[in-house]
Ligand binder design. Structure first.
Ligand code: ZN
Length: 533
């Protein structure tokens, strides 16, 4: 990431600046962070001399796979300070083998990147070399990075050697995509899954490195870096490096704001505020807040990611309330999170997640990311107005049975189409704007019902989608398309297909239209959200 900041420098030119990711590259198992299980297994295996012919290391990028491969190479080839040692889980770091491997220049430790050398000829070269004994080391070690990139022929060629490698040869494979590695290869290797490093572990690690570098970095800043690192030590170190080199040594501490600006992140509390405004349907305030964040230098994509993350967190709180008490959650977020969570329904959260997720893609593609972000927030704010299926059912239940007049009296107030400031997303049970779910059909579809409908039977009441109709005639579809709510939704979700909502809309009995509306609202919100989300 920061490669340009430091030209490749040999260790002999110690004065030249070295990026943190290289400088603090782990060289022993003890240095490996957050991979305790793997380290324990490897340590035991080496200690008890149960060495596999091949190892395969898998995990996301930047997590330490090649570092681990090199440590294995050292552990197997270390001869100890006195030159008489055997394989050890604690390579000495001073013998000629240790030093040469650390400096990437050991003739018997061959590193190959399968991403650039995928062909069968490249592998043939390896296989040829396998026959010769190591020059100075105990084992000839082949490290093949991104091994899943090898061609099928290359894998086949390799397989024979893997089945019966000479005593003096070990293979260490690394891959980010273990599923692309043929099972025939996997079955001949000992597999290790490198885990994403926990945020708290990363944070502590970065704190210790900052200290070693004599840099003062605020706790909040370290938190942000650890979060942005997303489990990768290397990515986090690059960010820390960047933060430290941007920091003014005269200025003292590297602050949270500084790192936030560096990462293009939005202020956390402002992100909360933004989500609150959106979920309350307050479009004006939401756009205002977004604009403010943008002008402060936050990246629209990062803002949406923040909202997405908060939505996910709130959902988790809803499912497992104890989540909010996790030690790494700052007190202020604890209070805010609890408050917001209690005011949002699970459906609203799920809908918000879908729409934001879809929105991320739109922001990435849009010529103007900020405009795309605005559109997404407007859309989301409007959907908060749609009742959830439970609400719709509750409202229908609470209606005077079969009182068509009551329903008709409240027409022309369709929430979606006319309400300039939708309000119900945040407080779904607040004084019910009865009009919202009552029939607006009468205004547009004039055909009045001769027989007042019976109360909706409890039968179709379910989570999936009440009142599904297997057959939808063309007329029904047309009628549905004319329905003001459908029209409003179609406007809100350009490109939506009427088929997607038909099940909830075009029921055989017009009599059930009140009910359908609720169902349709729901399916509009979530379906469109999913399609777009
Ligand atoms: Zn050694």
């Amino acid at each position: 990431m920061n490669e340009t900041a430091s030209p490749e420098t040999g260790p002999e030119t110690g004065a030249v600046y070295q990026v943190f990711a290289r400088k603090y590259r782990p060289s022993t198992f003890a240095d490996l962070i957050g991979q305790d299980a793997m380290v324990r297994t490897l340590t035991n295996a080496i200690r008890s001399d149960r060495l596999a012919q091949g190892y395969i290391l898998t995990g996301v990028r930047g997590i330490g796979k090649t570092s681990t491969a090199r440590i294995i190479a050292r552990a197997l080839n270390c001869i100890g300070a006195d030159g008489n040692g055997g394989p050890t889980p604690e390579p000495c770091g001073v013998c000629e083998n240790c030093i040469a491997i650390a400096e990437d220049r050991h003739v018997d430790v061959l590193e190959m990147d399968a991403a650039s050398r995928t062909g069968v000829d490249d592998i043939r070269e390896v296989i040829e070399g396998v026959r010769y004994r190591p020059t100075t080391a105990r084992f000839k070690i082949y490290i093949i990075d991104e091994v899943h990139m090898l061609s099928r022929h290359a894998f086949n060629a390799l397989l024979k050697t893997l089945e019966e490698p000479p005593e003096h040869v070990k293979f260490v494979f690394a891959t980010t995509e273990i599923r692309k590695v043929p099972v025939t290869v996997l079955s001949r290797c000992q597999r290790f899954d490198l885990r994403r490093v926990e945020m708290e572990t990363l944070k502590a690690h970065f704190a210790s490195i900052a200290e070693l570098e004599g840099a003062r970095v605020a706790d909040g800043a370290l938190h942000l870096i650890a979060r942005a690192a997303d489990g990768s030590v290397r990515d986090g170190l690059s960010l820390l490096d960047q933060a430290v080199s941007h920091g003014d040594p005269e200025d003292g501490e590297i602050g949270e704001d500084q790192v936030r600006a560096m990462l293009g992140l939005a202020d956390r509390s402002q992100s909360f505020q933004l989500l609150e405004a959106v979920m309350a349907g307050d479009v004006a305030q939401a756009l205002d807040l977004l604009d403010q964040l943008y002008r402060d230098g936050a990246d629209p994509l990062a803002i949406l990611e923040d909202l997405l993350e908060i939505t996910h967190w709130l959902t988790r709180i809803k499912v497992v309330p104890a989540v909010v008490d996790a030690p790494e959650v700052p007190e202020i977020e604890r209070v805010r999170g609890r408050n917001l969570e209690s005011r949002l329904t699970m459906t609203a959260l799920a809908r918000s997640w879908q729409m934001l997720l879809k929105g991320l893609g739109e922001v990435r593609l849009a010529p103007s990311p900020i405009q795309a972000a605005e559109m997404i927030l407007v859309r989301l704010a409007h959907t908060t107005d749609l009742p959830t299926p439970e609400e719709a059912i509750r409202r229908i239940d609470s209606m005077p049975g079969g009182d068509q007049a009551a329903a008709g009296a409240a027409t022309q107030t369709a929430a979606v189409s006319s309400g300039p400031a939708p309000t119900s997303g945040l407080a779904p049970l607040s004084p019910p704007p009865e009009a919202r779910m009552t029939g607006t059909d009468d205004a547009v579809v004039p055909a009045p019902q001769p027989a007042p409908p019976p109360e909706p039977s409890p039968e179709p009441v379910n989570d999936i989608g009440p009142l599904t109709t297997p057959q939808v005639s063309g007329d029904k579809k047309k009628d549905a398309a004319k329905h003001p709510l459908v029209r409003a939704v179609m406007e809100m979700f350009p490109g939506a297909i009427i088929e997607e909502v038909r099940d909830g809309v075009a029921a055989p009995e017009e009599a059930e239209e009140d009910f359908q509306e609720g169902a349709m609202n729901e399916s509009d919100g979530s379906d469109s959200g999913r399609d777009r989300g």
